[in-house]
Design a protein around this ligand. Structure first.
Ligand code: SAH
Ligand code: SF4
Length: 356
């Protein structure tokens, strides 16, 4: 099934969706308006889900017009939506004002709705098994383009679920675009806005050590997931090339310190590649690593990317790997491969449809 939301004109003027509330108050004050109007706007847009300033009935009429002129209230993206056959996974192919495309995914399980969002168009880091990495980096997303992914998915789902989680695990390396990503976190987190608690937000990184430390200093309490994928530097150098700059021991130190600073367990993500990193020795070394920091391990069976040589291990091999970890690693989950049918699973974003 494919469904299109209306195409919007390229944005003009500053987008409402890029402003944290304090910055919005400054923006309004610069235009001679009282800063508290920012609170009202946040409530209207993010809590009452009304984007038309003309409908904001507790604002003076002249102000409604003035606001409409000094802020662009339209979403800076237009979305084409693909649904999985069971209707639980939706892929959003989002066109940006400059015609470039990114993708977001919503996944429903009995317990919750999760939105997986992108932070860059493409990615420079070229992990060996990732479709986005094959594109190279086209550009960073702006804060409003990150927030707009959440709003577009929320609108599509009719804002029926007020409990949803956000994972920065779509296209791109969030910590390579930390300024816009941290601003988007402030916006999503705001108590007058969507008020998504930091516990519902997770940033995934391939291991940029200085930015992990910087994120810890920002003290936003968001969850951190490290894309580990290998337990020796020799193999990780090949699979996650950024390892050559910050090897396993260094990145684990940074992640350990992050967990301590925000007082949360970190997630170790481990994509299982058949015959490459799924052996018993790998499981034992991974358990050893997991024991050295408060963590949970998330195993992701490889999602095939056309043109790449890797193989997904059999379900039995995945199970054997997980069984070997269980007694030693504090918490292990195997990620369901959601959305394989619509090309929406991890690492499959961008390979086919986003090469704008
Ligand atoms: N750039 C960030 C976040 C996006 S990728 C990062 O690398 O962490 C989200 C997760 O999917 C990462 O752990 C990534 O390594 C993994 N991944 C990438 N390609 C994959 C594939 N083809 N199959 C399974 N997992 C993949
Ligand atoms: Fe970039 Fe993450 Fe893909 Fe690596 S796995 S190329 S860091 S998006």
């Amino acid at each position: 099934m494919s469904q299109s939301l209306p195409i919007l004109d390229p944005a003009h003027g500053p987008s409402f969706f890029g402003f944290s509330r304090p910055r919005l108050a400054d923006h309004l004050r610069d235009r001679g308006l009282p800063g508290y109007r920012a609170d009202q706007l946040y409530t209207w847009v993010y809590q009452k889900h009304e984007r038309d300033t003309g409908q904001m009935t507790d604002l003076p009429r002249a102000l409604r017009t003035q606001l409409g002129e000094s802020l662009d209230m339209r979403l800076p993206v237009s979305a084409k939506v693909l649904s999985s056959p069971d209707g639980n996974t939706h892929k959003f192919v989002l066109e940006l004002a400059d015609g470039k495309r990114v993708e977001s995914v919503s996944m429903r399980t009995p317990r919750r709705l999760t939105f997986c969002i992108s932070s860059q168009v493409g990615c420079a880091l070229k992990c060996a098994f990732c479709a986005t990495g094959l594109m190279g980096l086209m550009r960073n997303l702006r804060a409003e383009e990150i927030v707009a992914q959440v709003v577009a998915m929320g609108e599509f789902h009719g804002w029926r679920d007020d409990r949803f989680n956000i994972v920065y695990m779509g296209m791109g390396e969030p910590l390579a675009n930390l300024a816009a990503v941290s601003e988007s976190i402030r916006i999503l987190n705001d108590e007058r806005g969507l008020h998504l608690g930091a516990r519902r937000l997770t940033v995934s990184t391939s291991g940029l050590v200085p930015q992990i430390r910087e994120l810890a200093q920002l003290d936003m309490q968001v969850g951190l997931a490290l894309s580990l994928h290998a337990t020796t530097d020799a193999l990780r150098d090949e699979l996650v090339p950024v390892n050559k700059r910050w090897p396993i021991a260094e990145v684990l130190d940074a992640v350990r310190e992050y967990g301590r600073t925000v007082n949360r367990r970190v997630t170790l993500e481990y994509t299982l590649l058949g015959g490459v990193n799924d052996g018993i020795d790998d499981a034992d070394r991974l358990a050893e690593i997991a024991r050295t920091l408060p963590s949970k391990v998330n195993l992701i069976p490889y999602n095939p990317v056309p043109g790449l040589p890797w193989k997904r291990p059999s379900p039995e091999a995945v199970d054997a790997f997980a069984q070997r970890l269980y007694p030693h690693a504090p918490a292990v989950t195997v990620r369901d491969t959601k959305g394989g049918e619509i090309w929406a699973a991890c690492g499959q974003l961008g390979g086919l449809s986003a090469s704008a």
